[in-house]
Each structure stands twice: as structure tokens, then as C-alpha cells.
Design a protein around this ligand. Structure first.
Ligand code: CUA
Length: 358
């Protein structure tokens, strides 16, 4: 037996490894991600806007090309391996170094594939994200401020401010102005549009027309610190009349507390550190910053109407709200909210007050 012959199992092992890798990759981008109760799944391959549809078509086309190249190269490698492997220790293959024709072919072919992929990608990028899109009176304008680690949404035309949960009307162009209050973030709701950076001191504009009613999950796509993974967001696309009702609710002043406990909570909110970072529009007494400016903490005017707390960390229930107020660093270590060392009674009062802010 000649020892020049390579072991047979090597290509088989490689093939198994590649198959496993491919299966993992497909599973990673295809499976809906449902990490916490009450949180929408993100199915990247189910576009819900024409823009995301174009990106999805491009994804399939490029993966098709890659599959043809991958299978072609692998098949050729296996055929060549079987047909031309050395059958004796001293056997040498034909030397083709310097063969101009061959070198031109194997340089030009991949080059053409890359040029085609570049051209088609650039064309889709220009279509789905034009440098300037005429903002008609119909368009919904949203200012999206990235914070460590939550999203501030304000709709200047509707006078609404909220956090982490954005509602949009189906069939109407949405124009998002992306900025940041601290470091670089990246707003990404894959079923609606491609991702785009929130950059400190610079405004990016992202636009799309949601086509389907539904709730779409998203996340921050740029590493921005300890809780980058818990900078989730949700976009609720609804019929225009439902959206208008939502925007009016969000723009309205906060409701006054209805119970004694909630009234104690309101007084505590206004007299303690809470109001130096958070804002409750319409509440008497000291408030944080003016609406429209970047806030230090989320606007709480209608906090109880949101589905999650801590940008997706937990469902928004009175129990979780109390947990958050008592020990914010336990649920989301590193976030800017300090533990105020409140008594159980104070936590109960604040929870009662904030739970009424629907
Ligand atoms: Cu913000 Cu990652």
C-alpha cells in the first residue's frame, strides 16, 4: 500500500462539516426567534413591506448564485480528487503553471460573478433607500433616538412620544430620522426594512411603507455596550384609524391617579429622583426635560400601554414593574437606572401610579 495516497475519510469529514454548518446557518436565519413571552417573533424571510420584499428577493438571488458556485466547486473538487489522485508514490501531475488561457478563465469567471452581485446589490440599495425621498404630507415622520439601551420614538406631527414600541399605519410611507443620544446604535426591524445606523451628531433617514398589519420584532444591530442584546423593539402596524387612535392616546396628557395609593406614588415620583430622568407629560410639579429633546430615561406618560419593560427584558405587568422599580440592576445589569433603596410601601405606591398610566 502506498503511503502517498491521502486518507479517504478527509473529504467526507469536510463534507459533513460543511453540511452541518449550512444547516445551522439556515436554522439561524429561518427560525422565528421567540425569546420572551409577549415578544413578537422575527421571521427574516417573511417581508412585510415592498422595501423588505426587494431585500428578500435579493437575498434569495444571491444565495442561489452562491449555491450554484458552492455545489459546482465542491463537485469539481470531488471528481478531480477521484480521477486524478496519485496512484503511485512517484506519480506527478501535468504542470500547468503559466498557462495564460487557464489563468484568464479562472480569474475572469469569479470576477464576473462578483461584478454582477455588486451591480444588482447596489441597484436594490438605491431603490429601497433613495438618498432623498419626497416626504409627502401623508408620510408619518418618526424621530428615533438610540439610547443605552432603549429606543425613544417621537412623532412630532402627532405630538406623541413613546419608547421601544412604535405603531405605524399600514399603507402609509414612514420616514424614520435616526439619531443617537450616546454611542452608535443600529435600528433594525428585518421584516420592514434593512438596518441603518443611529450615529451621534448625525441624522440618517430610513423610509418604508408597511404593507401588512401585524407586530414585527426588531433589535439593535450594532454592539453598543453591556445590554446591547436587550435593546429590542417592536413595530405594531395597524389600520390607519387604529393608528390615529393610538397616536391620539399617546399624545394625550397622563391620566390623574384614581386611588390613594396611586396618588402617593405620583407624589413620590415627583419628589424623588424619578422625575430627574423620566418625564410624565401633564403631571403637576417638577418634570424632567422638555418633550422633543433626547430624554435621559423613557417618557412614562403612557408606560402601562407598552407590552414590555426594559426594551424587551420582561413583559409589562404590575409584578414586573415592581421588580424593575425595586431593583432595576437585577433585571438589566448596567442600565442607567439606579436602585433608589425604596421601601416596599414606596415600591407599591409607584407601581400603582405607573400601572394606571395607560
Ligand atoms: Cu444599541 Cu446595540
Amino acid at each position: 500500500m502506498s503511503n502517498a495516497r491521502p486518507p479517504h475519510s478527509a473529504p467526507l469529514k469536510l463534507l459533513k462539516l460543511l453540511a452541518a454548518g449550512l444547516a445551522l446557518a439556515v436554522a439561524a436565519c429561518g427560525a422565528p426567534v421567540e425569546q420572551r413571552p409577549g415578544y413578537p417573533g422575527t421571521f427574516m424571510l417573511a417581508p412585510a413591506s415592498p422595501e423588505a420584499g426587494r431585500i428578500n428577493d435579493l437575498t434569495w438571488l444571491l444565495h442561489g448564485i452562491m449555491t450554484v458556485v458552492f455545489v459546482g466547486v465542491l463537485t469539481a473538487a470531488l471528481v478531480i480528487y477521484r480521477r486524478y489522485r496519485a496512484r503511485a508514490a512517484d506519480q506527478r501531475g501535468r504542470q500547468i503553471f503559466g498557462n495564460t488561457r487557464l489563468e484568464v478563465i479562472w480569474t475572469a469567471l469569479p470576477g464576473l460573478v462578483l461584478i454582477f452581485a455588486f451591480a444588482i446589490s447596489t441597484s436594490v440599495m438605491c431603490d429601497v433607500q433613495p438618498a432623498a425621498r419626497a416626504v409627502s404630507a401623508e408620510a408619518i415622520r418618526v424621530r428615533v433616538v438610540g439610547h443605552q439601551w432603549w429606543w425613544e420614538y417621537s412623532l412630532p406631527d402627532q405630538g406623541a412620544v413613546t419608547a421601544n414600541e412604535l405603531h405605524l399605519p399600514a399603507g402609509q410611507l414612514a420616514v424614520l430620522e435616526l439619531v443617537s443620544a450616546d454611542v452608535m446604535h443600529n435600528w433594525w426591524v428585518p421584516q420592514l426594512q434593512g438596518k441603518l445606523y443611529n450615529i451621534p451628531g448625525h441624522q440618517n433617514t430610513l423610509s418604508f411603507t408597511p404593507a401588512e398589519v401585524g407586530t414585527f420584532g426588531g433589535a439593535c444591530g450594532e454592539f453598543c455596550g453591556l445590554q446591547h442584546a436587550w435593546m429590542r423593539t417592536r413595530v405594531v402596524v395597524e389600520p390607519p384609524d387604529r393608528f390615529t387612535a393610538w397616536a391620539q392616546e399617546q399624545a394625550a396628557p397622563a391620566r390623574e391617579p384614581g386611588t390613594d395609593l396611586a396618588r402617593r406614588g405620583q407624589a413620590l415620583f415627583q419628589s424623588s429622583t424619578c422625575s430627574s430622568c423620566h418625564y410624565v407629560r401633564g403631571a403637576a410639579g417638577p418634570v424632567g426635560q422638555e418633550a422633543g429633546q433626547a430624554l435621559a430615561g423613557p417618557d412614562l406618560t403612557h408606560v402601562a400601554a407598552r407590552a414590555t419593560l426594559g426594551a424587551g427584558v420582561v413583559e409589562n405587568t404590575p409584578e414586573n414593574l415592581a421588580r424593575w422599580i425595586r431593583a432595576p440592576q437585577e433585571l438589566k445589569p448596567g442600565n442607567l437606572m439606579p436602585s433608589l433603596r425604596l421601601t416596599d410601601d414606596e415600591v407599591a405606591a409607584l407601581t400603582a401610579y405607573l400601572s394606571e398610566l395607560r
